[in-house]
Design a protein around this ligand. Structure first.
Ligand code: DX5
Ligand code: ZN
Length: 217
């Protein structure tokens, strides 16, 4: 299982996105958090900013849409060139149709679950997705503590993927750091989002490498 590191730029310096993105050239993706102040109680950035990020990012963009009505808004992120577009199960009216639309536009399709959302109702949909995002904090803000109670859901998701013989990635997002990444990896995650751990580190590039080494075990 390949280890994928996707630093979140949410807590980077938005006045210098080009410089902040350059720091994570050694990562696999840049994780970009889109929030609409409705699905989550926070507002971050939207499509015009993502389009500029796509122009200057040294790595592919992994868009995490914390928005209402992704059925309407998500395809534009794939059209713009995001390599991966993840929307929330709690917000989508027709998740299978939306996943097919995203794949049809050339993006990887991701399904995100809040900490309180069970994965079981979605296991039948695994073949429609390239990634399941198990949120390890309540979505909305960076810098929160990893919720250990999400570990069984990570394991359940990985088990279902393995049993189905699929190559669906299992992503974790929230509170991932040197202290928590091994727990998430041991539970079965292979894609690691880290925001504050990377951007509050003195050397962001070295932090990406350190996280990768720890996740690889
Ligand atoms: C939170 C976002 C995360 C956030 C993670 O809702 O989805 O991507 O930036 O930040 P950390 O790593 O600081 O928990
Ligand atoms: Zn995120």
């Amino acid at each position: 299982m390949s280890i994928v590191i996707s630093p979140s730029i949410l807590n980077s310096d938005f006045s210098d996105l080009r410089g902040e993105l350059a720091k994570i050239a050694g990562a696999d993706f840049a994780h970009v958090d889109v929030m609409d102040n409705h699905f989550v109680p926070n507002l971050s950035l939207g499509l015009p900013v993502v389009e500029r990020i796509l122009e200057v990012s040294p790595v592919p963009v992994d868009a995490h849409l914390m928005i209402d009505d992704p059925d309407r808004w998500a395809p534009a992120y794939a059209e713009a060139g995001c390599a991966s577009v993840t929307f929330h199960a709690e917000a989508a009216a027709a998740p299978v149709k939306l996943a097919r639309d995203l794949r049809g536009l050339g993006a990887r399709a991701g399904l995100a679950l809040r900490p309180a959302t069970a994965v079981e109702p979605y296991l039948d949909l695994l073949p429609e997705f390239d990634m399941i995002l198990v949120m390890t904090v309540e979505p909305g803000f960076g810098g929160q503590s990893f919720i250990d109670a999400t570990l069984p859901k990570i394991a359940r998701t990985r088990k279902a993927v393995t049993e189905a013989g699929l190559d669906v990635w299992v992503q974790v997002d929230g509170g991932i750091s040197r202290e928590t990444i091994e727990r998430a990896a041991d539970a079965g995650a292979n894609v690691f989002v880290a925001g504050s751990a990377v951007y509050r580190a003195e050397d962001a590039a070295a932090e990406v490498d350190a996280l990768r080494d720890l996740a690889a075990g």
